[in-house]
Design a protein around this ligand. Structure first.
Ligand code: PMP
Length: 455
């Protein structure tokens, strides 16, 4: 690694004085000599000293085709020559219209309406407000349906509505008094089964529990909210097969909407364009963000079915309008990046090529499962969580204060790879464009870093 330049020293000092970083204990932030990213190339980030780091978490799960992809770069530049931003309130714009049609085309059939916003949290806020208002305006079938059924340990973003739907205590507990009441079902977490079962004794208690919870509250439920297939921020909890389609059936049976939060899992991360496809599920509302712009610009979309949408139609005097909209909604630059990203899925056969990457990646990860301090490796597509434990037999976690996973992150960084933990779960989620050689580097560096810290 290069010696720190004067420019890095200057930027770090300014960062230390003025910047407040997300999800960061600022009291110790600067002890780690934070990297200042100043450039990128393909699947690599480059810091202000010119050091290169493999982007092992695709810049917080956003990047799809690599950084500075010539096709997306050109699309954004071309859009800059036309208009960078104009409002969607009272006007429309060309890239937003084109992208909406493309999203409707690739989404599960029937999700024809696209409501734009600018982050995963806002995509979820939009979905929950649409679901709520839908039930209010739907007629007698919606009477009394004002609550949401959520999965414990869920993460749907940091705005207050999204936090109310979430269930990660360390992030959310302090805001308890601010939040509206939700109904929580236990997470279908096979490694730490809330019903005390293991693979030998499992009778799909989580399926029964979800149904019992839905049945008990069916008269008051507006919607069930779920992260399809993988609960990302909870530690990459991979749901058992059939759980998502079970959730869909329960929504039909008990008259609630299904909100699928594909902010993390969408755009190829689980191996298919959308996770819902794997269980042939069509949600009533689909939340998209992160990878929607190829990981280039803040953009989000909430897709709705025609049925949900039509509950908002009426005369002006009826006030059935969805009174919601963020200033940068449908931003043309971000939508141009989104269009270019979807074009690349087609022209570069991204999803077809991804299947080989996933096969290699799973082979490479296999030996790590035997490590004495790796409790479980959970993976769907390229979304991976490696849960570190102090005692494998009893699944005992490391003491929180030890920051074991943070030490692994720093050990990986010294070897030129960026990863991030969620609790003591190491998350690996590279861009879909990761090459076989980079896959090998990612897994070997993370393995070495785990050994260095826990060995
Ligand atoms: N939903 C899910 C499933 C997420 O993983 C995230 C972010 N990690 C969000 C919502 C919130 O997205 P954002 O940070 O863009 O608000």
């Amino acid at each position: 690694m290069t010696v720190r330049s004067a420019e890095t020293v200057r930027l770090r000092a300014l960062d230390a004085t003025h910047v407040w970083h997300p999800f960061t204990q600022m009291a110790t932030w600067h002890e780690d000599n934070p990297l200042i990213i100043s450039a990128a190339e393909g699947n690599w980030l480059i810091d202000s000293d010119g050091n290169k780091y493999l982007d092992g978490v695709s810049s917080l799960w956003t990047n799809v085709h690599g950084h500075r992809h010539p096709h997306i770069d050109a699309a954004v530049r071309a859009q800059l020559d036309k208009v960078a931003h104009s409002t969607m309130l009272g006007l429309s714009n060309q890239p937003a219209v084109e992208l909406a049609a493309m999203l409707a085309e690739i989404a599960p059939e029937g999700l024809n309406r696209v409501f734009y916003s600018d982050s995963g949290s806002t995509a979820v806020e939009v979905a929950l407000k649409i679901a709520y208002q839908y039930q209010c305006q739907r007629g007698p079938a919606g009477d009394g349906r004002r609550k949401f059924l959520c999965i414990r340990g869920a993460y749907h973003g940091d705005t207050v509505g999204a936090v109310a739907l979430g269930g990660i205590d360390i992030f959310h507990a302090v805001y308890g008094p601010l939040l509206f009441e939700t109904i929580k079902a236990e997470a279908p977490h096979c490694y730490r089964c809330p019903f005390g079962q293991d693979s030998a004794t499992c009778k799909k208690e989580c399926f029964t529990h979800l149904e019992e919870t839905a049945a008990r509250h069916s008269h008051e439920l507006a919607a069930l909210v779920i992260e399809p297939l993988v609960q990302g921020a909870a530690g990459q909890i991979t749901h058992p097969e059939g759980y998502l389609s079970h959730a869909r059936k329960l929504c039909d049976k008990y008259g609630m909407l299904l909100i699928a939060d594909e902010v993390a899992v969408g755009f190829g991360k689980t191996g298919t364009m959308f996770a819902c496809e794997q269980e042939a599920v069509r949600p009533d509302l689909l939340c998209l963000a992160k990878g929607i712009s190829g990981g280039y610009l803040p953009l989000a979309a909430t897709l709705a079915t025609d049925e949900v949408y039509s509950a908002f139609l009426g005369s002006h005097a009826e006030c059935r309008t969805f009174f919601h909209g963020h200033t940068y909604t449908g931003n043309p630059l971000a939508c141009a990046a989104g269009i270019a990203s979807l074009e690349l899925f087609r022209t570069e056969k991204t999803l077809e090529r991804l299947q080989d990457t996933i096969r290699l990646y799973s082979q490479l990860l296999e030996p790590l499962a035997a490590h004495p301090h790796v409790g479980q490796i959970r993976r769907r597509g390229i979304m991976t969580g490696i849960e570190l434990v102090a005692d494998k037999a009893t699944k005992t976690p490391y003491p929180f204060a030890e920051r074991t996973s943070h030490k692994v992150v720093m050990a990986a960084r010294r070897r030129g790879v960026i990863v991030r933990p969620l609790g003591d779960v190491m998350v690996l989620m590279p861009p879909l464009s990761i090459t076989p050689e980079e896959c090998r580097l990612l897994v070997s560096v993370v393995s070495e870093a785990i050994e260095e810290v826990t060995g």
